[in-house]
Design a binder for this molecule. Structure first.
Ligand code: CP
Length: 305
């Protein structure tokens, strides 16, 4: 499969076969160091929004493969502050780097960035829309923990309206005959467009607000942070903050094999008392980001086929 110069903007742009190929390449990356694979190549990370995992794991992945990384973690120190457009920023950065990872608060910004750039662009999160590389590492983590992706019962919990990770992951998992349980207050439920997509694909899903009503059925519980920064009204956010807090009181209500995932950062959704239990998968999930991002960089730079 040839991914050379391919943009990674939305999970909708990837077929089941392509996703499985990326997971296979990620597994090879985890097994074998490849310290010279991207010698002489440069990654630019353009982060217009805060990040710890995504930006640092991209930089780490690039440097572990022999490449170099440039970029910014805060657009306020760039010429964007003087009014430079995203389009012009991309027209500049394409001269300085071979591949560009961008995070931006506006939905659709990564697609615009890719249109401006002659170099491959990877969406590291565009507003509440998509976070495709997070989804690829989530799939990799599920496959590794469960030994399969097919026929799983997946609970998605928290802010399903604004959480871009659950949007991308729902689409990706729909290739693998899942049963979904969307657990959220009505105002933060999964957007209708994603539910319509599932109906069209005849994927089973249940809408719920009480976790304990469905928790025993779940193989994976994917918790999310209430996305404070996306709420137009801070008073609305206050209504929902802390609405779901997972702790050891959940244990009698779940299967022994349940794995708890979270894209992180967590605020108060998962108590530290769960960290040492066999259910916690969230730190391994973040660690897997390096393997998957190594694979993606190798693929879009034409060094893995
Ligand atoms: N999961 C995730 O996107 O984390 P960061 O915001 O720290 O990059």
């Amino acid at each position: 499969m040839n991914f050379k110069n391919r943009d990674v903007i939305s999970i909708h742009d990837f077929s089941k076969q392509e996703l499985l190929f990326i997971l296979k390449a990620s597994k090879s990356m985890e097994k074998k160091p490849n310290p010279n694979l991207l010698n002489g190549k440069i990654l630019a990370t353009l982060f217009f929004e805060p990040s710890t995992r995504t930006r640092l794991s991209f930089v780490s992945a690039m440097e572990q493969l022999g490449g170099k990384a440039i970029g910014f973690a805060n657009a306020s120190i760039t010429s964007v502050k003087k009014g430079e457009t995203l389009w012009d920023t991309m027209k500049m950065v394409e001269n300085y780097a071979d591949v560009i990872a961008i995070r931006h608060p506006l939905e659709g910004s990564a697609r615009l960035a890719a249109e401006a750039s002659s170099k491959p662009v990877i969406n590291a999160g565009d507003g509440a829309n998509q976070h495709p590389t997070q989804t690829m590492l989530d799939l990799y983590t599920i496959q590794k923990a469960k030994g399969k992706l097919e026929n799983l019962h997946i609970g998605m919990l928290g802010d399903l309206k604004y959480g871009r990770t659950v949007h991308s992951l729902t689409t990706a998992l729909s290739h693998f005959n899942p049963t979904f349980y969307f657990i959220a207050p009505e105002a933060l439920q999964m957007p209708q467009s994603y539910l319509d997509e599932l109906k069209e694909k005849r994927i089973k899903f249940f809408i719920e607000s009480n976790l304990l009503k469905v928790s025993k059925k779940l193989d994976i519980l994917y918790a999310t942070r209430i996305q404070k920064e996306r709420f137009p009204d801070p008073i609305e956010y206050e209504k929902y903050r802390g609405i779901y807090k997972l702790d050891t009181s959940l244990l009698p209500h779940i299967k022994k094999e349940l794995k708890i995932m979270h894209p992180l950062p967590r605020v108060d959704e998962i108590d530290k008392s769960l960290d040492k239990t066999e259910h916690a998968l969230y730190f391994q999930q973040a660690a897997n980001g390096v393997h998957v991002r190594k694979a993606l960089l190798g693929l879009v730079l034409g060094k893995i086929r």
